[in-house]
Design a protein around this ligand. Sequence first.
Ligand code: CP
Length: 304
Amino acid sequence: MRHLMSPLDLSVEELDNLLDLAHDIERDPKKYAHACDGLKLATCFYEPSTRTRLSFESAMLNLGGSVLGFASADSSSAAKGESVSDTIRVISCYADICAMRHPKEGAALVASQKSGIPVINAGDGGHQHPTQTLTDLLTIRSLKGQLHDMTIGLCGDLKFGRTVHSLINALIRYPGIRFVLISPPELRIPDYIREDVLRRNNIPFEEVKRLDDAIPSLDILYMTRVQRERFFNEEDYVRLKDFYILDKKKMALAKEDMYVLHPLPRVNEIAVEVDDDPRAAYFKQVQYGVYVRMALILTLLKWR
Ligand code: CP
């Protein structure tokens, strides 16, 4: 049995097979409409979510399976003090696979160690969000036709943004990837990503503050929200929340084939006027998230 805690749990070959399967699902969804008949997915979400939880549920329903779960810690026995380890042992009696989101880093890993069913990390604190990364990779591959030889700009809250940490970990395995890390000094990428992931693997990167200077060289611009829920004080959040606002004027500086991605939810960091730009790919990205989660559910259930 395999779990998914980080994109690195999959080899590049396994990742490519998964993306191929997601592409086939997109091409011919009817072929998979009964692939999970009689099987159940549990969504155990201790932290708010729209896309991840509902796309997992949509994915399982598309495969002919059923879903059960809870959408907040308050509506589960976590509110009475039940541990994640006990909860997953219980859920293993009710479902065949589980997607778990938790505000604490490592919670899904703890769950996987006691689980009788595959556990998918649906986001653990500021640590990792592997299924968002699978979504991002499928989006980039579908739009650009490749995952290699590109300049990727990551902009916004690079300190707390777990989607950024997961995406860097996944993309460094492809040749010719270069990063431009665009953030205010307070929200720079954590040291462990800069030193242990980027420098250790000799990945070219630069850290800059101004989006206008960086945008002309980018093939992909990955915008992120400043993560209010992970700040220790509101004053800092208010000071930093509108540091970057991508608007039409900035888009005019970008390449004609540069795509804008965002894991969503968006707050102010992309002006609504950008939505009509053909390079705005963040809502397409949401649809790719369903295909890739269908592929992941099928793959983990096959490996069980
Ligand atoms: N992208 C993402 O994780 O969105 P949700 O928080 O709505 O699940």
